[in-house]
Design a protein around this ligand. Sequence first.
Ligand SMILES: *Cc1c(COP(=O)(O)O)cnc(C)c1O
Length: 237
Amino acid sequence: MTNRTPAQQLAENWNRVVDEVRQATEDAGRPVGDTVVIGVTKYVDAQVTGWLVDAGCQNLGENRPQLLWQKADELALDDSVRWHVIGHLQRNKVRRTLRYRPLIHSIDSPRLLKSVADESANLSLESHVMLEVNISGEDAKTGMTPDQIRSVIGDLPSAGIKVVGIMAMAGWGTDSKAAQAQFASARQFRDQLAAEFDLSLPHLSMGMSGDFVEAIAEGATMVRIGSRLYEGVVDIG
Ligand SMILES: *Cc1c(COP(=O)(O)O)cnc(C)c1O
């Protein structure tokens, strides 16, 4: 047994995940820098989040806005670290959240998109966002239907936002083959949208601890990884 500190264990986990992501990207025939790892910090406190940044993680993902605010305020990280909103964002939390200049992956309704665009325009910002598509079709999953996304893109606000891609999650309990098929359909949907609306939609946010290899094989450019990072560091239940 070695006796690493929790911070050392976290750094080791981070390096291993980065290596696996790099390998999966290479195996998919893509340039190795093509896939960004977003360290999901929803399970841990600001201190552990700080260790993750020290280990080299420059992209942090939170699914609850208040926890993002709290960690961002406590850590006061410099501009090399970017926050990512990956869960439901209530409209009454948009303005405060924009203070941290996040990339918002989880635009899950036309009303939220409009709210982000309006609040950003008020602050003379252009927020980068992704539209969350429901690819698994289960009620339990969030996101817009492909038709809703088409209508949103056909009627984008003229200021305040730039849509840079699509976010997707595999359905609960899907095996890796089924997950890969869902990621493939998300990519195809993105490709169709880009062609139909003559848009550049470079990003695909998909893949988590259990399925990032499949997601990268299907073109993920951002993988959102949480639990893998904390093995042997903190008990996340
Ligand atoms: C928690 C969460 C993740 C990370 O999941 P892990 O399986 O812990 O890697 C990714 N995306 C979203 C939207 C999440 O809520």
